[in-house]
Design a protein around this ligand. Structure first.
Ligand SMILES: Cc1cc2nc3c(=O)[nH]c(=O)nc-3n(C[C@H](O)[C@H](O)[C@H](O)COP(=O)(O)OP(=O)(O)OC[C@H]3O[C@@H](n4cnc5c(N)ncnc54)[C@H](O)[C@@H]3O)c2cc1C
Length: 469
């Protein structure tokens, strides 16, 4: 094949796109990956998962040193913050990892084509680089993996200085005095945690009457209580209707969600984190016959095929949870299907994790979803206060909750709030993937003393027989 003809052209080098490209190359296809950003890794590596986790880690260390080490008998003297160094460390982590992806593409003999891709007819992708001439790539298959962008809020114009998206919130030059976060979803709460730990006053304004929509209701309530104890303020059932920016800061107009009297809220920085929307600008979807739904997500079938022959789509630009590991798994399975293999994803076994303190992790169904579907279930709950390792490490906030089918005992969902919840959840993900029961978890020998024992105890509690409660 020539250097403009490929088995697969992937548009987008995020976790969906670059992983699909690598898997397709492993399966013997000739592959090009088109990316408009200077670096690979998409939202996740550049302005999402990785920089946010780097700052969450650094800010957690800062808060721990300031507030917790004394209780262990460790004296530190005056703890100071060098924000520039903290941000530079984050930037280096991002640079190292995005560079690593470029290396992996090279290793797998994937052509990285820099520029903006658009569909230019059946089996053709036109790539327009920032400088130089456009080029047309021919492809047996085209895979759209163009991801998502932050959702705009009418009346509140983002300038990435005073009014920022998560991207601006990852690089604030100084700690805000008062940060207002619009939207109490996981991205808003993670960024609120970073700046709150570094000293900002935090107010979260949320349209709904609860935080973290979609999360199990009991867990969300507990989570909000813990965040409040950490000093975060919440204005629930409240909508932001406008913003005025001055040199001194921002004045937001707020109204009750149900309508009513307007009031104002002053702050120096506003983070708009009301969700993300699929990003498909300039791809030429309509002309190519690729249908989208009412919210702009590309319509696909169970094999990731769009409504246009030879064009596929995965990741944040298609329906489903907007998570990096979901995009990656779709990338792998889509490449395998294109290579003639069979493959599917169990969407009931995709974990979701909030990397705050404590972490919150979930997989499968919530109690609300089971009730709505009329499925009878048993609940097993175990608090970390009764776990010996949690007590030894002073990590007693939170609990493990397992939901199992009342008739078959199959694990239908699990929700953990507590230290290391993001790691603990994976045992339950594996059990769900293998179609296992709560009794299976209860019978697995868990090391002692570990936080994992709380998972086993919650599984025992499904059958009313926890040992340490
Ligand atoms: C602050 C923040 C924190 C997050 N934290 C987590 C987390 O902890 N865990 C988690 O699982 N998820 C997290 N996410 C979500 C995660 O980043 C996304 O789900 C994931 O990046 C989606 O991958 P993707 O490949 O579908 O799209 P993206 O990562 O968005 O990649 C798409 C790529 O396509 C490129 N592109 C778009 N259009 C074109 C075009 N026409 N031509 C060429 N290139 C194009 C873009 O430049 C981009 O690089 C976070 C997101 C944010 C914003």
């Amino acid at each position: 094949m020539s250097d403009t003809e490929f088995d697969l052209v992937v548009i987008g080098g995020g976790p969906g796109g670059y992983v699909a490209a690598i898997r397709a190359a492993q399966l013997g296809m000739t592959v090009a990956c088109v990316e408009q950003r200077e670096t690979l890794g998409g939202t996740c590596l550049n302005v999402g998962c990785i920089p946010s986790k780097a700052l969450l880690y650094s800010s957690e260390k800062f808060a721990e040193t300031r507030h917790d080490l004394a209780s262990h008998g460790i004296g530190t003297g005056k703890v100071t913050l060098d924000l520039k160094t903290m941000l530079a460390r984050k930037d280096k982590v991002v640079a190292d990892l995005t560079g690593g992806i470029a290396f992996l593409l090279k290793k797998n003999k994937i052509d990285l084509v820099a520029g903006r891709g658009a569909i230019a007819g059946p089996g053709a992708v036109r790539v327009t680089p920032e400088k130089g001439k456009p080029r047309t790539l021919k492809a047996k298959h085209i895979l759209i993996a163009t991801g998502s962008d932050s959702m705009p809020l009418p009346g509140v114009e983002v300038d990435e200085k005073r009014i920022v998206t998560s991207t601006g919130a990852l690089s604030l030059a100084k700690v805000p005095k008062h940060l207002v976060v619009v939207g109490a979803g996981y991205i808003g709460l993670e960024m609120a945690s970073v700046w709150g730990r570094l000293g900002a006053e935090i107010t979260c304004v949320e349209f709904l009457d609860r935080i973290t929509p979609g999360m199990d209701g009991e867990v969300a309530k507990h989570f909000q209580r813990i965040l409040k104890k950490q000093g975060m303020k919440f204005r629930l059932s409240t909508k932001v209707t406008g913003a005025k920016t001055t040199r001194a800061g921002v004045t937001l107009s707020l109204e009750p969600a149900a309508g009513g009297k307007t009031e104002t809220l002053k702050c120096d920085i506003v983070l708009v984190a009301i969700g993300r929307r699929p990003y498909t600008d300039g791809l030429g979807l309509e002309a190519a016959g690729v249908a989208t739904d009412a919210r702009g997500f590309i319509t696909i079938d169970a094999k990731f095929a769009t409504t246009a022959a030879g064009i596929y789509a995965i990741g944040d630009c298609v329906p489903g949870p907007m998570l990096a590991h979901k995009a990656e798994d779709e990338g792998v399975v889509c490449a395998e299907i294109l290579a003639g293999q069979s493959g599917h994803i169990n969407y009931d076994a995709i974990p979701g994790i909030v990397y705050t303190w404590p972490e919150v992790a979930a997989v499968g169904k919530t109690e609300e979803a089971l009730k709505e579907a009329g499925i009878a279930y048993n609940v097993g709950k175990f608090p970390f206060t009764a776990n010996s390792r949690a007590r030894a490490n002073n990590l007693t906030d939170g609990f493990v909750k397992i939901l199992a089918d009342a008739e078959t005992d199959a694990v239908l969902g699990a929700h953990i709030i507590g230290a290391d919840a993001g790691n603990l959840i994976h045992e339950i993900v594996a059990v769900i993937e293998f179609g296992g029961a709560a009794e299976d978890i209860a019978r697995i020998c868990h090391g002692h003393p570990t936080l994992n024992e709380a998972v086993k105890e919650a599984a025992l509690a499904v059958d009313g027989r926890p040992i340490h409660l």
